[in-house]
Design a protein around this ligand. Structure first.
Ligand SMILES: NC(=O)c1ccc[n+]([C@@H]2O[C@H](COP(=O)([O-])OP(=O)(O)OC[C@H]3O[C@@H](n4cnc5c(N)ncnc54)[C@H](OP(=O)(O)O)[C@@H]3O)[C@@H](O)[C@H]2O)c1
Length: 341
């Protein structure tokens, strides 16, 4: 029976790329489970991009790892001692025991593993958190329809590989974006994607266009940054973009060029483009409701009126500079008084 518990602690918060010196290996006693707790031996530890976020001391959807704290991480573990009625030694569980050999905790939120389904490591990958991410992100948010083109970045990885394969199984054209010819070859030849494009090569945007002759209907974004920008130029009308990850900026020391989409992801926000032309069927409802508010003064409006058509160019230039105040109108001619009024 081993006597020590090796753990990896966060030693410092890297400004950019994490260095080995930002971590510290420490040994300590194996924890003793209290009543209601179980002691587990870690078999598999998952390493995931989100951990980079936990090394930062910024407000996010989850608390940061403390300096000196054990790095967080999903684990597959074997119960070796149990003071909880629901688990016995020998049981396998998926938990969040972190980067350490042993952990003692109350078994809340633990998921038992059925060894008969697949190798137990899959509980941290294709049949675990990354697989679920792909499944809900693609099907519930991306809503692919057979015949559409689905593009996914980080396509050879844990999430992306599942996204493209589910897209294929749903009858879509699946196009992967990955960071090397070897990864692209794997995505097409082993995973069965229809095409893959290396975003590091010259002419990436053209190659993506060639791979998506009918445009892009769903873009499952794992990376943000320049890849997202290139994809956006090729999306079709009504395209859906599940925003899953922003790995291109996880190590960044400067704010991203252009808008930072991170708050959109962490707050589960929605951006959706629309054009009013598609919605004139709502005109009747709009005029009824808003017209009543205008009549009874609940909804106010302000007009900024310039006189004469000749004033139009200057007024228009001013509109783009913010010199108008309210709805800018040109009085081209006098309104005729209402007859009998
Ligand atoms: N929203 C959620 O709940 C949720 C859950 C799980 C994962 N995620 C996100 O999903 C994404 C993929 O996670 P994963 O676990 O499946 O990891 P993964 O894809 O297995 O590994 C990360 C991959 O990201 C790619 N990458 C790294 N830097 C990049 C850059 N600057 N530009 C473009 N690609 C880059 C690399 O592949 P290449 O060589 O192809 O560049 C790398 O192999 C991450 O952004 C992660 O944060 C989100």
């Amino acid at each position: 029976v081993p006597e020590t518990n090796r753990r990896v602690l966060l030693k410092s918060r890297p400004p950019g790329e994490p260095r080995p010196s930002d971590f510290e290996i420490a040994e300590g006693p194996i924890p003793k489970p209290s009543d209601g707790e179980i002691l587990c031996r870690t078999i598999w530890l998952s390493l995931d991009p989100y951990m980079r976020g936990r090394m930062k001391d910024v407000r996010s959807y989850a608390a940061p790892v403390e300096i000196g704290g054990v790095m967080v991480g999903g684990t597959v573990s074997e119960v070796i001692e149990s003071k909880h009625p629901s688990l016995r030694p020998g049981d396998l569980v998926v938990g969040m025991d972190g980067w350490q050999q042993y952990a003692s905790s109350a078994p809340t939120g633990l998921r038992p593993i059925d060894r008969s389904v697949a190798p137990i490591s899959t509980a941290l990958g294709v049949l675990g958190m990354p697989g679920l991410t792909a499944y809900v992100g693609l099907l519930d948010i991306g809503r692919p329809v057979a015949g559409e083109t689905v593009v996914v970045s980080a396509a050879s990885g844990a999430v992306g590989s599942v996204v493209g394969q589910i897209a294929r199984l749903k009858g879509c054209r699946a196009v992967g974006i990955a960071g090397s010819p070897t990864k692209c070859g794997y995505v097409v030849n082993e995973l069965g994607f229809d095409a893959a494009v290396d975003y590091r090569r010259d002419g990436f945007a053209e190659a993506l266009r060639d791979a998506c002759p009918n445009g892009i209907d769903v873009y499952f974004d794992n990376v943000a940054g320049p890849v997202l920008e290139a994809v956006l130029r090729q999306i079709n009308r009504g395209a859906r973009i599940p925003l899953c990850g922003l790995i291109s900026q996880y190590n960044a020391t400067e704010p991203p060029r252009g808008p930072n989409l991170a708050p959109l992801l962490t707050n589960r926000g929605l951006i959706r483009g629309f054009l009013v032309f598609d919605h004139f069927d709502r005109f009747g409802a709009f005029v009824n409701e808003v017209g009543a508010w205008v009549r009874n003064g609940e909804l106010r409006y302000r007009e900024d009126i310039v006189d004469g058509l000749d004033a139009a160019p200057q007024a228009f230039i001013g509109l783009l500079e913010g010199r108008n105040f309210g709805k800018l109108l040109v009085r081209v001619s006098e309104e005729r008084p209402v007859a009998g009024g």
